[in-house]
Write a protein that binds this ligand. Sequence first.
Ligand code: MG
Length: 260
Amino acid sequence: MIELRTPQEIEEMRPAGRFVAEVLTACREAAKPGVNLLELDALAHGMIKERGAESCYIDYHPSFGAMPFGKVICTSVNDAVLHGLPHDYVLAEGDLLSLDFAAAVDGWVADSAVSVVVGSPADAERAARDAKLIRTTEEALAAGIAAATVGHKVGDISAAIAEVARAAGYEINTDFGGHGVGRTMHGDPHVPNDGRAGRGFPLRPGLVIAVEPWFLEATDEIYTDPDGWTLRSADGSRGAHSEHTIAITEDGPIVLTARD
Ligand code: MG
């Protein structure tokens, strides 16, 4: 079922968006060489407690998860791209880290993701390829958001994302994509990262969705790590992921999880 939010409800969702942005900013700044992924999870967990927020991940146990997630942030490194379960791993110079975080404040959820290269990579060629991959997810996200206007359809967002990916030479996996956001983390409609312009659910004022392009450098195939959660590229190539929660209004999309 697709729910539309009133302007008042969209205002009520802003604190959740701001909080999710703050946590991602803090974790991105903390993600230095020598830092353990479990420390990033602890940092996010501490911020949740301090804010009186609720984690969307810790008890999350969908059909595709082997067990409840048990952590509060996704940390996907290098060939991991989505749902990276924080584990005892120390970040190294040049790691490509994707952080995905969702939490509820005052009963409203926001969901956002960012990818970064850790430290100062020694391999300039590798670093340039990683920067291009990250930049493409960011440009695809911006294109998807720009297409999220009243009168368009979900397929316009999908097509805008896919066009940016293909122009940069990346394939697209549509197993996981964007989704409605509200009182819970995942609702209708599904917002795939590829699709046909002019098709799908009409974008109406009050629709709140997460838009989340993610691409792999050289494949569109993924597999699940033995940890039961982390999704990795089939060929070992690196992945990146960018996501914002947006509200569609008559005046254009509002990016609820915008970072300063
Ligand atoms: Mg997310």
